[in-house]
Design a protein around this ligand. Structure first.
Ligand code: A2P
Length: 268
């Protein structure tokens, strides 16, 4: 039967949930999203990540994945890159509905609202799959209770790589649960670096040159009003952190809230 063929072939450790894939969508040859069933007792804070693995070895390879779905979603969603030869994504990219995914039980992370002191505007700055934790945060009512305005930025190489977040933000306005709360308070600013598009350039360069503020009509980032979260590659984090610091923002953490926080976008 289907059940028998998808059941883990190896013993599952005690700290791991065994879940079923419900949906897979490939956006490009490098990017896909997948959804899995959610254990009834599983709780997380928007922006956190969790370790994911496949039951295809006695000692499965686990990789960190930001949870892209909101806490109120009855399933869990992830947004993933496909790394050629990657120990997990090489196999994970082939999953189909009905397959089994392993998920460790304890979520964690720094991209949480509690790590920021109150402010007016929240900047969510991402490149590539770094947008995943923000896909969760932009669907959390608490984000809109804490901030008047949310500015979500994603820089990608190509236009197709912007589809995941662009479609999500468009659909959000009509969402029966939080569409009204979101209203026009969520702004999405997408840019590309390698394929012609309406807005081009790395977000770091656009912020530093001031082009971003000219394009959006937003005031220059300032520590009195603005808070930030950054998620991308190690190089992107380093550069974007320097940009926010140049505007006077200070890095915080769960136990020491401040005006911005960072987290590496995970690959493997
Ligand atoms: P670029 O095309 O100039 O490298 P990747 O898919 O390699 O993770 O990159 C995602 C996006 O992040 C690309 O548009 C890439 O621009 C951009 N990027 C790469 N490194 C940095 C960085 N240090 N700061 C800001 N953006 C970056």
């Amino acid at each position: 039967s289907q059940q028998a063929s998808t059941a883990p072939a190896f013993p599952v450790p005690a700290n791991v949930f065994v879940q079923t894939v419900t949906e897979v969508r490939h956006f490009t040859d490098r990017l896909f999203k997948f959804r899995i069933t959610r254990p009834a007792e599983f709780r997380f804070r928007s922006g956190e990540f969790i370790m994911i693995g496949l039951p295809n070895a006695e000692r499965p390879v686990f990789r960190a994945y930001s949870i892209a779905s909101p806490f109120w979603d009855e399933e869990i969603e992830f947004y993933s890159i496909k790394v050629p030869g990657g120990p997990l994504t090489e196999h994970l990219q082939k999953i189909v509905p009905g397959d089994t995914v392993l998920m460790r039980k304890k979520p964690t992370g720094t991209l949480v609202l509690d790590a920021l002191i109150p402010g007016k505007r929240l900047y969510l700055l991402s490149t590539g799959t770094g947008v995943a934790p923000f896909a969760s945060l932009i669907r959390d009512p608490e984000t809109y209770e804490k901030f008047e305005e949310i500015v979500l930025v994603q820089t990608c190489r190509d236009v197709d790589e912007l589809t995941y977040i662009t479609e999500m933000v468009e659909a959000l306005k009509d969402d029966p649960l939080i569409g009204e709360l979101v209203g026009d308070r969520l702004r999405l600013h997408t840019t590309t670096t390698r394929e012609p598009f309406a807005r081009m350039g790395r977000i770091t360069d656009l912020l530093t040159s001031g082009e971003f503020f000219e394009q959006t009509g937003l005031p220059r980032i300032n520590p009195d009003e603005d808070r930030g979260m950054i998620c991308g590659s190690a190089a992107m984090l380093k550069d974007t952190k320097a940009v926010l610091e140049s505007f006077g923002l200070v890095e915080g953490a769960n136990n020491a809230p401040a005006t911005f926080v960072i987290e590496r976008a995970f690959v493997g």
